[in-house]
Design a protein around this ligand. Structure first.
Ligand code: BGC
Length: 523
C-alpha cells in the first residue's frame, strides 16, 4: 500500500539532523523497492493470468467454456464468476485482516521482524500458487500473499521513514508508490511472455516469479538492522543509539537520539490511540483519510489494473493484443507516477487532484459512449480503430490517476495525522484502502455484466463527486511542515476549523468575517 505509514516516524518533519546517505540507507531503499514491487506484482499478475485459457480451463472450466463460445452470451458477462473474482479479491481481504496484527507486531517485535514475517508469508503463498493443483490451493496461496501484503505494507514504509534522513523522507514516500507501479508493469510483461509458453503452464511461471521480490524482501530483512525508533520504543536504548550512529554515518547523533526518546515517551502516553483517533479535534484528518481511500478505489483504477486484459478481451481483443495493451497501460502508469514525484511539491496536491478529476471524468464518459454505441449485447466486437481509441482513452485515465489519486491517496493521510494518532491513523488508512480494493476486485466483473458500458458512467459519477470533495473540503498541504498542520491548515479551513476546539468556540469567530466558504482560504 503505497506509502502507508511514511510519516509515522517520530520527530515530525521540520528538524534536520546531521545525516549522510550511508550504505544502510541505500539498502533500505532497495528494501522499499522489493516491498513495493511485491505488492504491485500481486496487483498486476492476476488479470493476465485470468485471461489465459489453460488457467481458466484448469480452475474455472465454466468461465473457460463461456470464453470459447462467445455467441451464447453477452460479451460483458463472459467472466462474471464469483470464484474467479475471489481469486483476485481474497488477497485484499486477507491483507486487511492482517493489518490489525501487523500494527501489533510492528510495535512489539519491531519493523524488521515484521518484514521477515511478511517475506515468509509471501514465499509460502508463491509456492502454493505456482504449484496449485486445485482452486483451494490457489485461493489459500492468495490469502497467504495477502497476509504478506498486510504485514509488509505496514512495516516497510514505517521502516523507511524511520531510517531515512528527513530530507529524503517525502521523496521516498512516492518512490514506494513508484515501485508499486513498476511491480504492476513487471507482472504485465511477465504475463505477456508466459502466455506464449507452449503446454499451458505459463501461468505457473507468472505466479511463481512473484518469488523474486518475495525472496529479496526476506533476505533483506535478515540483513538489515531494526530502526532506532523501534529499538528505543522497545527499551533497547543503547542499541538504538549505536544503530543511529551507524545509519547516520556520524557520532554526533545526541540531538536526534534525545528527540527519538522523547517521541517514544509521548507515544507511550497515548494509551488508546484508536479511541484518540475518534476525538473531535482529530475528526477532519480521519474523515479526509477515509474519504481518500474510498474515493481512490472508486475512481475505478483497479477495475483496470486487475482486469485490463479481461476487459480488452471483452471488447473483442485477441489474447495477445489484450496482454500487450495491459503492458502499455502499465508503462503509462509508471511514467505518470514520475510526473507526480516532480510536481507534487511544486504544483500542489489540490491542483493535481482537480486536473486529474476532469481528465478521468472525460475519459470514462467517452469510453462509455464508444462502448455503448459500438459493442452491442450480442458480442459485436469493436473494430480495430475504435479498439485503439479505447486503449488510448484508458491510458489517459490511468495517467491522470497515476499523478494524482495514486500517490496522493497515500501521501495526504500520512502527512496530516498528528503524531499522537499517526500510526493508528495509518493502520485505519491501509485497512480501509484494502477493504475497498477488495470490494472492487470482488464486484467488478459482475458489475460489468449488469451495467455493461454503464460501468464507466458509474465510476465517472464517483470521480465527479470526489472532485467536489477535493474542491470544497480538501485543504492544500503543500510545503507545510507536519507539526504545523493544525495551525496553518486546519484552523484556517472554512469548515474544519470548527473541529479545532481549543481556541474555536462554535460561531465564535463569525463576527471576524471568516464565516462561509472560501476554497482558497486554506491555501
Ligand atoms: C492503489 C492501488 C492501485 C495502484 C495502481 C495505488 O495507489 O492503492 O490500489 O492498484 O495505485 O498503480
Amino acid at each position: 500500500m503505497a506509502g502507508g505509514g511514511f510519516a509515522a516516524s517520530s520527530g515530525g518533519g521540520g528538524t534536520e539532523f546531521e545525516a549522510k546517505i550511508t550504505p544502510i540507507v541505500i539498502i533500505s531503499c532497495i528494501m522499499a523497492a522489493t516491498g513495493g514491487l511485491m505488492f504491485g506484482y500481486d496487483v498486476g499478475v492476476s488479470g493476465g493470468v485470468t485471461s489465459m485459457g489453460p488457467f481458466l480451463q484448469k480452475f474455472f472450466p465454466v468461465v473457460y467454456r463461456r470464453t470459447q463460445d462467445p455467441g451464447l452470451e453477452s460479451n460483458y458477462c463472459k467472466y462474471d464468476n464469483q470464484g474467479l473474482q475471489l481469486f483476485t479479491s481474497s488477497l485484499y481481504l486477507a491483507g486487511l485482516t492482517a493489518t490489525f496484527f501487523a500494527s501489533y507486531t510492528t510495535r512489539r517485535l519491531g519493523r524488521r521482524l515484521t518484514m521477515l514475517i511478511a517475506g515468509l508469508f509471501f514465499i509460502v503463498g508463491v509456492i502454493l500458487n505456482a504449484a496449485a493443483q486445485d482452486l483451494a490451493m490457489l485461493i489459500i496461496g492468495r490469502i497467504l500473499l495477502g497476509c504478506g501484503v498486510g504485514f509488509a505494507n505496514q512495516a516497510v514504509p514505517l521502516f523507511l521513514s524511520e531510517i531515512a534522513p528527513t530530507r529524503i523522507r517525502g521523496g521516498l514516500n512516492i518512490l514506494f508508490q513508484l515501485n508499486v507501479t513498476i511491480g504492476i508493469l513487471f507482472a504485465n510483461l511477465v504475463n505477456y511472455g508466459t502466455a506464449k509458453i507452449e503446454g499451458g503452464w505459463g501461468w505457473r511461471v507468472s505466479l511463481g516469479l512473484a518469488g523474486v521480490p518475495a525472496g529479496l524482501l526476506t533476505l533483506g530483512s535478515l540483513l538489515v538492522t531494526d530502526t532506532p525508533n523501534s529499538l528505543i520504543e522497545r527499551g533497547h536504548l543503547d542499541e538504538g543509539k549505536a544503530v543511529l550512529k551507524r545509519i547516520r554515518g556520524t557520532d554526533n547523533v545526541e540531538p536526534e537520539f534525545l528527540e527519538l526518546v522523547e517521541a517514544s515517551r509521548v507515544a507511550k502516553q497515548v494509551k488508546h490511540p484508536f479511541r484518540n483517533l475518534l476525538m473531535r479535534r482529530n475528526r477532519p484528518q480521519l474523515i479526509i483519510a477515509l474519504a481518500l481511500q474510498v474515493f481512490q478505489q472508486f475512481t475505478g483504477i483497479n477495475a483496470i489494473m486487475f482486469y485490463a486484459p479481461v476487459l480488452f478481451n471483452t471488447v473483442g481483443f485477441g489474447s495477445d493484443a489484450a496482454l500487450y495493451s495491459a503492458v502499455i497501460l502499465g508503462a503509462v502508469n509508471v511514467l505518470s507516477t514520475v510526473v507526480s514525484i516532480y510536481s507534487v511539491d511544486k504544483v500542489g496536491r489540490r491542483k493535481l487532484l482537480l486536473e486529474a478529476g476532469i481528465q478521468m471524468f472525460l475519459s470514462q464518459v467517452v469510453i462509455a459512449i464508444i462502448l455503448g454505441i459500438k459493442v452491442t449485447d450480442h458480442s459485436d466486437n469493436l473494430n480495430h480503430g475504435y479498439a485503439i481509441f479505447v486503449v488510448i482513452l484508458i491510458c489517459t485515465f490511468v495517467s491522470a490517476f497515476a499523478w494524482s489519486w495514486g500517490p496522493l491517496g497515500w501521501l495526504i493521510p500520512s502527512e496530516t495525522f498528528p503524531l499522537e494518532t499517526r500510526s493508528a491513523g495509518q493502520s485505519v488508512t491501509v485497512c480501509v484502502n484494502l477493504l475497498f480494493t477488495f470490494v472492487i476486485a470482488q464486484a467488478f466483473l459482475s458489475m460489468l455484466c449488469h451495467f455493461k458500458f454503464g460501468i464507466f458512467l458509474f465510476f465517472s459519477g464517483w470521480v465527479l463527486l470526489m472532485s467536489f470533495f477535493v474542491f470544497f473540503l480538501l485543504p492544500e498541504t503543500k510545503n507545510v511542515p507536519i507539526e504545523e498542520m493544525t495551525e496553518q491548515v486546519w484552523k484556517k479551513h472554512w469548515l474544519w476549523k470548527r473541529f479545532m476546539d481549543d481556541d474555536y468556540v462554535d460561531g465564535g469567530d463569525i463576527g471576524k468575517g471568516t464565516k462561509g466558504f472560501d476554497p482558497n482560504s486554506q491555501l
